[in-house]
Design a protein around this ligand. Sequence first.
Ligand SMILES: N[C@@H](CCC(=O)N[C@@H](CS)C(=O)NCC(=O)O)C(=O)O
Length: 206
Amino acid sequence: MNLTLYGTPTSGHSHRVELLLEMLELPYVYSPAPADVRRSDAFLRLNPLEQIPVLTDDDLVLCDSNAILLYLVRRYAPKSYWWPEEPVALARAQRWFSIAAGELKNGPATARHIQCSNGPGDLAAAQAAAHKLFAFMNQHLADRRFLALDTPTLADLACYSYTARAPEGGVSLDAYPNLRAWLAEVERLPRFKPMPSSPKREPTPA
Ligand SMILES: N[C@@H](CCC(=O)N[C@@H](CS)C(=O)NCC(=O)O)C(=O)O
């Protein structure tokens, strides 16, 4: 094992991988990869899409946060509860991976990127998409502690970071008590590591 994570401290995609590395107590080197590094030839050889996170493990190069989560669990914690085998449980967990890459990215993560980093897109539309998602998650979590199963799964890690930091995109979590209770459940998991706040700009409330 010789793990290096390329990321940035305020990327939720990177943070979900950091969370798992910490929770599995896997030793790793953290290599900062802000935009200028991502455009370098060395980085483009790792990921031609210019995206973080990238994980290397000796000669192995893996891109995409959710793919990396799956690799780490199957490779280093195959008997753990983090990713189910049973077909229905697997489908329920995968659904939240899809939501993390779809609605969560397009709603709260995009609003935060616009608000904090002058990223492209329509802030009001992203904020509205975030509220639609969070209303659904809040209802889904009314009688559940975790998103997919009774125990934590990678689905919870994949969805945590951008949900927790949604207020930085001007998306308040005040109306979603079950969602906030779930965030607190994730934060109580052993060896949880918070994501630093994004510096800058007053949020524009939706
Ligand atoms: N599907 C990818 C998305 C990763 C992603 O969007 N990363 C952002 C930072 S949070 C990035 O590197 N953006 C730079 C770019 O797309 O050029 C994953 O899950 O890892």
